[in-house]
Write a protein that binds this ligand. Structure first.
Ligand code: FAD
Length: 440
């Protein structure tokens, strides 16, 4: 078995397979070092979130599949904590839940409506609750608080500790890890030859090759339109004084966001920093991924401005800035695929929710690879053996995605300043509906 990519997807898959059958010969081929990708530098929300929203999921797959997916994901959050403690990885896992704040009347109305809609789809109060402004402030105090939704199904982690810990665990289990080894091509089984991973220094032939390259996938031959890389950027402050935390709370390390369109996300780290990130970086023509895109001073400035607006008493300096690519498939569905004829397998497309989803995907992959004919709780998830259609060719892709980013930024500004849903909001909603409405 050969796995391309040493992020959570690749490393969990190797761990899962080795624990089931220690005699399996497994290698992980990583172009940089394990954890170099999104796995080593994400926002550390180990959540039960899924990239496709509740209404769309129920409409596409029905209420039973929706409940099953929720059950698996909600169980996978403490499951990740248990697996890391089994393996002796201290990834600073604390399950304190997530607060999504409403910071104007429109956000309050939207959030409240979405909590009610979830209730209609069977989501209980203890899984997702609406907190009024006073209750929300008691847990975490942000400026302009109109209330918040709270779900207990999220843990805060330190992402790089998880990625590096997993690579150590894999090595101890006997997985061979080849770092600084870029893969140039992945070839299917053909004419009696097994599937193949090609690198500059040599090839690996294997019964199965698992592609776990997420945001970097478009750089591989033939994969330019499989997923789109989106850049998410982050900043972190210096460790903040106890007086600051006494005032703002987050005593249970709840992760936090607000309900703007351009996603933001934050956490209180183990050493009492604020680690805070968001979208808004431009999409690069041709799905190009380059290390220089990890730094965008306009976005870093915007993030710091938002952070200081959320916490007006924050005086601590921002000491760290970084970013990286995540991957979105055309219909926003993640995928786990195994083709037993070609020996090619893949997992990814988690958008910004891959911390827990990658482990769920790895379990599904291991189920499909070790017992192809047995249906399990994981193989019957709606994204297993799912194929999203390909993204549009350029320049349509560039035009569509960057227009959506500009509209979302504009819509958030209008809402925050004028308290109304302006034209940009309506255009953004229409663009989102039109682009998602024609999926398979
Ligand atoms: C800034 C940021 C914040 C995020 N925050 C969150 C969050 O809070 N919660 C959440 O759930 N998700 C979050 N995500 C998404 C999450 O981190 C990813 O979904 C998840 O880590 C994906 O894991 P992966 O192993 O599939 O991909 P990656 O971790 O990206 O790993 C892919 C690996 O493949 C390697 N690779 C690529 N091409 C080749 C090649 N040709 N040859 C060899 N190796 C190759 C890369 O070097 C990389 O190590 C965030 C992402 C980013 C960028």
């Amino acid at each position: 078995m050969a796995i391309v990519g040493g992020g959570y997807s690749g490393l969990w898959t190797a761990r899962e397979l080795k624990r089931r059958d220690p005699s399996l010969s497994i290698c992980v081929v990583e172009k940089s070092v394990c954890g170099f990708g999104a796995s080593g530098r994400n926002g550390g929300w180990a959540s039960a979130l899924f990239p496709v929203g509740t209404d769309a999921l129920v409409a596409r797959y029905g209420p039973e599949q929706f409940s099953h997916l929720r059950w698996v994901l909600e169980g996978a959050v403490p499951g990740l904590g248990a697996a890391t403690s089994d393996d002796g990885i201290d990834a600073h896992f604390i399950q304190g839940g997530t607060l999504v704040f409403a910071r104007n009347a429109l956000q309050a109305q939207r959030l409240h409506t979405s909590v009610e809609a979830s209730r209609r789809h069977g989501v209980a109060e203890h899984d997702l609750a609406w907190l009024d402004a006073d209750e929300a402030r008691r847990r975490g105090s942000l400026s302009n608080c109109y209330g918040a939704s709270f779900t207990p199904h999220c843990a805060r982690i330190q992402p790089a500790r998880l990625a590096r810990g997993l690579s150590d665990v894999d090595e101890a289990l006997g997985v061979e890890i080849y770092e600084r080894t870029p893969v140039t091509r992945i070839l299917p089984a053909r004419r009696g030859r097994r599937a193949e991973v090609v690198t500059i220094g040599g090839s690996v032939h294997a019964d199965y090759v698992v592609r776990a390259t997420e945001g970097f996938t478009p750089s591989l031959p033939g994969e330019r339109r499989t997923v789109t890389p989106f850049y998410s950027l982050m900043i972190a402050t210096e460790p903040l004084a106890d007086a600051f935390w006494d005032e703002v709370g987050f005593n249970h390390y709840e992760t936090f966001a607000d309900d703007r369109r351009l996603i933001i996300y934050g956490q209180r780290t183990n050493d009492n920093r604020l680690a805070f990130g968001g979208r808004g970086a431009a999409y690069h023509f041709g799905s190009t991924v380059e290390e220089r895109f990890d730094h965008d001073h306009r976005v870093f400035g915007m993030l710091e401005e938002i952070l200081r607006e959320l916490f007006p008493t924050l005086t601590g300096a921002v000491t760290h800035r970084w970013g990286g690519p995540l991957a979105m498939s055309r219909d926003q569905m993640p995928f786990v695929r195994v083709d037993h004829e070609t020996g090619l397998a893949s997992a990814g497309g988690y958008t910004g929710d891959g911390v827990v989803l990658s482990r769920v995907a790895a379990t599904a992959l291991a189920d499909l690879l070790t017992a192809p004919d047995v249906e399990t709780d994981f193989t019957r998830l709606p994204f297993v053996q799912h194929r999203s259609r390909r993204w549009e060719p350029e320049p349509l892709r560039w035009l569509g995605i960057n227009t959506a980013i500009v509209l979302a930024t504009w819509a958030d500004r209008t809402e925050q300043r004028r308290g109304v849903e302006g034209r940009a909001s309506r255009w953004f909603e229409r663009l989102a509906e039109a682009s998602l409405g024609d999926d398979e």
